[in-house]
Design a protein around this ligand. Structure first.
Ligand code: KG4
Ligand code: ZN
Length: 347
């Protein structure tokens, strides 16, 4: 004991996440998702997400406190995602965090959502030994909202953006391709399932931003909109020819392109930077081929691959709490209460 009891609040997208940690020990990780409300639109609707956060926050907080077996009065600090994400959604979490911190008279730490994903790797279950996060590490964060490659030297103040998507996020690409194949939202798990019985070499889809001539903002940027268009054109052409479209083959070939680009770039960054560690985060980490190829390539390159449990890879409050606890442990000052939600907050 002696370690701080920290509440984490995450509302940057469609998950209302409340987590409670004591130092690096995970005590509660409660999530309410508004995903079903977005399904008929084929993507997250910001206004709907913000309202859903407002409704879900209190019950999710109560559930987390019950799960951890603690009361609000016992909390030592609060950490909240202040960005990046959907502005209205972020505001709900930031407002709630400020109100709680003021009412309880405890410090508040505003944290970056992407760095929070890295913080997920700090956590261990109460019956598991603590395992220090080895830094520096390269982190590949892939979800419906972001596709970012980071070099993390220090969680508090030294996180470098190596690259990010210049158009669609990887998860978004899965969702869009699923939609054009007639599969329901969210499409990632659907494509993954369909791909299991398909041939990944059936169609050679493009690998975005892998040619040296490609114009990019950052060295390790990603692009998935060309791939999505290529799949759409291929499906259209097959139908025009009156040929049947094998959904498993298209899904497997598309999945192979995404997994190939993601893992090749992440491993190449590790090798270029001399960092023998790669951490994965975000909902797309659930993808079977992404996991398999990441492991295969990491092993071949002598790189240690870290993948937190999936419940800590998707958006959650526990990773935010973990990052807050880390900042406290390292003696960082809490945030002044005049910070706001910042939808484009850089790392
Ligand atoms: O991290 P997450 O739960 O939420 C945010 O986007 O913030 O990620 C959800 C995204 C969706 O785009 C979903 O389609 C994708 O992750 N996803 C997958 C898989 N499971 C979820 N993508 C590919 N393969 C999967 N198995
Ligand atoms: Zn996320």
């Amino acid at each position: 004991l002696g370690e701080p009891l920290v509440l984490g609040i995450e509302t940057s997208c469609d998950e209302t996440g409340i987590g409670i940690v004591r130092g690096t020990t995970l005590l509660a990780n409660t999530i309410a998702s508004s995903m079903e409300q977005h399904a008929r639109y084929g993507g997250v609707v910001p206004e709907v997400a913000a309202r859903a956060h407002l409704e879900a926050l209190r019950p999710t907080l109560d559930a987390a406190l019950a799960e951890a077996g603690v009361t609000l009065a016992e909390l030592d600090a609060i950490a909240v995602t202040s960005g990046p994400g959907l502005a209205g959604a972020l505001m709900v979490g930031v407002g709630a965090a400020k109100a709680l911190a003021l009412a309880l008279g405890i410090p508040l730490y505003a944290v970056n959502h992407l760095v929070g994903h890295v913080g997920a790797d700090l956590l261990h279950a109460p019956d598991e030994p603590a395992e220090p996060l080895a830094l520096p590490t390269v982190a590949l964060l892939v979800s419906g909202g972001h596709t970012s490659l980071l070099l993390v030297r220090d969680l508090a103040n030294d996180v470098e953006l190596l690259g990010e998507t210049i158009d669609d996020a990887a998860g978004e690409a899965f969702d869009k391709v699923a939609r054009l194949l007639g599969l329901p939202y969210p499409g990632g798990p659907q494509i993954d399932r369909a791909a299991a019985s398909g041939d990944p070499t059936a169609i050679r889809f493009p690998r975005g931003l892998t040619a040296p001539k490609d114009l990019v903002r950052h060295r390790d940027d990603f692009s998935f909109s060309g791939l999505k268009t290529a799949v759409a054109r291929w499906v259209e052409a097959a139908r025009d020819r009156g040929e049947g479209v094998s959904v498993p083959d298209v899904a497997a070939s598309f999945r192979e392109s995404v997994a190939d680009v993601l893992t090749a770039k992440a491993i190449a960054a590790c090798q270029r930077l001399g960092v023998p560690r790669l951490l994965l985060g975000g909902g797309v980490v659930a993808n079977a081929r992404v996991r398999e190829l990441a492991q295969e390539r990491a092993d071949a390159a002598g790189i240690t691959l870290r993948i937190p449990p999936l419940s800590l890879c998707t958006d959650n409050g526990a990773m935010i709490a973990a990052l807050g606890a880390r900042l406290i442990a390292e003696g960082h000052e809490p945030s002044a209460l005049d910070f706001g939600a910042d939808s484009t907050l850089p790392v």
